[in-house]
Design a binder for this molecule. Structure first.
Ligand code: BES
Ligand code: MN
Ligand code: ZN
Length: 527
């Protein structure tokens, strides 16, 4: 089955097919991603592959084992914990095998620390999932004393870690398909809280798929169509503007980045209306489906490799809108994703060319590798001018300069609006998707051009990118997130499997809700 799907995809790609095959597009439902089952009703099990006993850190270091366990088992476990200096610190783990007369083959005592936050709980679930692997059938988690939302967050963390992007493997490994029995205090509440995490997980999975698709399969039109399929069961209106329409709307900056590729620029817009008739909050994400650099070619292997991940900002925006729609959030949000393919040919934009953006600004393309800001310029224009957005957050794998400044754990945020900065920082803290503010700095003409109105590069690099985007946001409250380096890893870690990790889905969906309530509170305050 899986083999034939792979064959269909590769044939379509080799034939230069205009779209992904239907089979591949159909793999975007939540149940296509999560094969494990989470059971929250307390059912007694006679056998289990693994029993996970969660233990909080206590002041005196004492670990309390369930009363119903056999005294002999309890004393073996207590001695093992003492030998290993187990204190219940978050993530600490002791494993016992084949305990006499015990119903589980393995017992893992796992420390939860003192106050387990949502991000901590997700991480812990991911840690357990990573160790369970593929082989188990039944996992029991003894989670008495933990809240329904903590239990749900652990289950959610397991799902996030169990994602696999294996459609390019000739022999994909088995997907984990065990059942997890959660023994907690309020099983109905935990089941509901877990169900509430599913749209967010689904948004993350679709975002990861988009990031992971190689550049010759995941080109603008293919991504637009995949997105349309992914949102089809949501209360989301998806609009795809063709290259001709992009041109007609005057989006010359977006069009120009793809003009050297056979895969021309598209514009994807996804709208969710849960907040009546008020103006939407707009999320604008860079969807550059491959970045060769253009004529300013990325000439080292290490700089060009994995540049299919240059669409991660756009993927995050789509996933965030899915997460908000799936939870029936009470706000209006629009996702705007300009899609391009930055390649070279006889028709590609040349260094020194001048592109005319939709708002009329003429941009000198001093460097064709600074393409993200060009496509975002028109995306931000669309959010401001067409959607009349009341606030705009853009997110992009924009600059190497950001990676040098902050590395790959934190994304950089830039804004002159305090309410946007504070709500974004709060979203970063609660989701664990970290952000750090960098200054826009005084505007000292860093993107002035002698030839045209502005130019697309300047120094310092990350600030020049931000300043160019700000030009297109004009007076609309705007915040820019530079997530270069955050999008993927070549090995798994925490809730992230190897490959695209979906950074930004959680941050943006949380932020949109934070900002929405903060701005309606301040509006109510002025009444
Ligand atoms: N997509 C890259 C930025 C990037 C670099 C993302 C490394 C992820 C990892 C972007 O389009 C780019 O090429 N930026 C240039 C801009 C420069 C030419 C002004 C850069 O930062 O080097
Ligand atoms: Mn580039
Ligand atoms: Zn790029």
């Amino acid at each position: 089955m899986k083999k034939s799907i792979t064959a269909v995809l590769l044939t379509a790609a080799l034939a230069g097919g205009a779209t992904l095959s239907t089979d591949v597009q159909a793999q975007v439902a939540f149940s296509d991603y999560v094969k494990t089952q989470h059971q929250f009703a307390h059912k007694h099990k006679d056998d289990a592959d693994v029993l996970v006993l969660l233990a909080s850190e206590t002041e005196d270091g004492a670990i309390h084992l369930p009363e119903m366990w056999d005294p002999q088992v309890r004393s073996i476990v207590q001695s093992a914990l003492a030998l290993e200096d187990f204190t219940g610190k978050h993530g600490q783990q002791v494993e016992l095998l084949a305990l006499p007369g015990f119903y589980a083959k393995r017992l893992w005592v796992v420390g939860t620390g003192t106050a387990m936050t949502r991000a901590d709980a997700e991480k812990l679930g991911a840690q357990v999932a990573a160790q369970v692997g593929e082989a188990a059938d039944t996992v029991v988690v003894h989670a008495k004393g933990f809240s329904d939302t903590q239990v749900a967050a652990m289950a959610h963390g397991m799902d996030l870690r169990n994602y696999r992007f294996d459609r390019y493997k000739s022999e994909p490994a088995e997907r984990p398909d065990y059942t997890v029995h959660w023994h907690s205090d309020q099983s109905d509440a935990a089941a509901q809280a877990y169900a509430d995490t599913q749209p967010l997980a689904h948004g993350v999975f679709v975002a990861r798929d988009i990031i992971n698709l190689p550049g010759s399969d995941g080109y603008p039109k293919a991504i637009a169509e995949l997105a349309q399929t992914a949102v089809s069961n949501y209360d989301i209106k998806a609009t795809v503007y063709t290259p001709e329409q992009v041109k007609e709307m005057g989006m010359g900056a977006l069009y120009g980045v793809s003009q050297g590729s056979q895969h021309k620029s598209h514009l994807l817009v996804v709208e969710y209306q849960g907040g009546g008739n008020e103006a939407p909050i707009a999320l604008v994400g860079k969807g550059n489906t491959f970045d060769t650099g253009g004529y300013n070619l990325k000439t080292s292997g290490s700089s060009i490799v994995r540049m299919q991940t240059d669409k991660a900002g756009g993927a995050a925006v789509l996933g965030a809108v899915m997460a908000l729609a799936g939870k029936d959030a009470e706000l209006n949000v629009a996702g705007v994703v300009p899609l391009s393919h930055n390649l070279i040919s006889g028709s590609a934009t040349l260094p020194g060319d001048v592109l005319v953006a939709a708002d009329g600004t003429r941009i000198e393309v001093v460097n064709t590798d600074a393409e993200g800001r060009l496509i975002l310029a028109d995306g931000i224009w669309y959010a401001r001018d067409r959607l009349k957005a009341r606030a705009i957050a853009d997110i992009a794998t924009l600059t190497g300069s950001k990676v040098r400044a902050l590395g790959t754990d934190y994304a950089a945020i830039f804004s002159e609006h305090d309410a946007l900065i504070s709500t974004m920082k709060a979203a970063g803290e609660s989701t664990g998707e970290l952000v750090w503010q960098l200054p826009l700095g005084p505007y000292d003409g860093i993107i002035d051009s002698w030839l045209a109105d502005i130019q697309n590069v300047g120094s310092p690099g990350a600030q020049a990118g931000a300043r160019l985007l700000q030009h297109f946001a004009k007076d609309t409250p705007w915040i820019h997130i530079d997530m270069a380096g955050n999008a993927y890893g070549t090995s798994a870690s925490g809730i992230h499997p190897a490959g695209g990790n979906g950074y930004g889905v959680r941050l943006l969906s949380e932020w949109a809700e934070n900002y929405n309530s903060a701005s309606s509170e301040s509006a109510a305050g002025t009444n």
